[in-house]
Design a protein around this ligand. Structure first.
Ligand code: NCD
Length: 325
């Protein structure tokens, strides 16, 4: 469990209307969200998983990009808390008829949603929608920008396994350039005091890393030495413009997490992956499926709890919860 922390009371513990990113959040704001998620981990392990906190509220999940884990877990999170959850799939929406993002936002707003969860292929699109609607907006991934609930669920997973995140050495390896997961995790883990290492072939390392408090590696073996956590990322070819690697086989040879390579990390190092995985490319099956080391299914479990916490906290103001009005 994490070390105890003195949180400000009421809305001061999380003084934001939306969750658009991790950048700019204070350490205690992140720790507050993680602490609140714990109760939902407990509820989700019971046979009856209902809470009535969001009774009568409408949550709209507007996903303009494919998703399995994030969409389903936001849907389950809303439903377990009693909200009416509606999923808007872009492929079947009027976006296909040429409607602008702003007109879509105004339409969702007119339907009196109490929270809108958005995934969009363009960095910044979620901010644009947040500016146009009256209810809280939660970013479920915008382009290469941020994926805040993924970073929170990763932090909750690490905290429950390793205790305090501060002081841990955490290596993030893979297609950092195209990864909103990497960016949100770098913000989250460095804010919580971890030493973050980032490793990728040079063409997949964004220049912006210079402005972040991370150590940059192109040699995966060197990055692994002394790591407490190894977080692997998928090659996001759908965002690549041109070729960034010679071949998946060569990539696996240099940057794939194999059982042998994992031995270079700390003896108890955790293996993480946000999914979806490309087995045999960035990670081998015997590592991904190693129940002692891999937290991949636990990350999915924590995802539901974290999203329940975020929906609860962001709707407290509109629900008139004492201290949040
Ligand atoms: C990630 C995403 O969509 O950014 N997946 C996820 O949300 N679990 C990572 C990825 O697509 O590789």
């Amino acid at each position: 469990m994490a070390t105890s922390h003195q949180f400000p009371a009421g809305s001061d513990a999380f003084p934001h209307n939306h969750l658009l990113g991790i950048a700019g959040l204070q350490p205690w704001e992140i720790l507050f969200l993680l602490k609140e998620a714990e109760q939902w981990v407990d509820l989700n392990r019971k046979s009856s998983k209902h809470a009535n906190r969001l009774d009568g509220l409408t949550v709209i999940n507007a996903f303009f990009e494919n998703s399995t884990r994030t969409l389903l877990s936001f849907e389950i999170a809303g439903k377990r808390m009693g909200a009416d959850v509606v999923n808007m799939h872009a492929a079947q929406s009027s976006i296909k008829k040429g409607e602008t993002l702003i007109d879509t936002a105004v339409t969702l707003n007119a339907m009196k949603a109490d929270a809108i969860v958005i995934r969009h292929g363009s960095s910044g699109a979620v901010q644009l929608i947040a500016d146009k609607v009256d209810c809280p907006v939660l970013n479920a991934g915008d382009g290469r920008h941020e994926h805040p609930t993924q970073a929170l669920l990763d932090a909750l997973t690490i905290q429950r396994r390793k205790g305090d995140i501060s002081g841990l050495t955490i290596t993030i390896c893979g297609d950092v350039m195209h990864s909103r997961v990497a960016r949100s995790n770098i913000y989250c883990l460095t804010t919580l005091g971890a030493k973050v290492r980032v490793c990728a072939p040079a063409p997949l390392l964004p220049v912006a890393l210079d402005r972040m408090s991370v150590e940059v590696f192109t040699d995966f073996d060197r990055a692994l030495a002394g790591s407490d956590v190894v977080m692997m990322l998928r090659l996001q070819s759908e965002r690549m413009n041109g070729d960034f690697i010679p071949s998946p086989r060569e990539y696996h040879h240099l940057y794939g997490l194999t059982k042998e390579r994992l031995q270079l990390a700390d003896a108890d190092a955790l293996v993480m992956h946000p999914g979806p995985m490309n087995r045999g490319v960035e990670i081998d099956s015997d590592v991904a499926d190693d129940v002692d080391r891999s937290t991949i299914t636990e990350q999915v479990e924590m995802g539901v709890a974290v999203r329940m916490a975020c929906l609860d906290i962001l709707t407290r103001r509109s629900r008139g919860v004492e201290g949040w009005a």
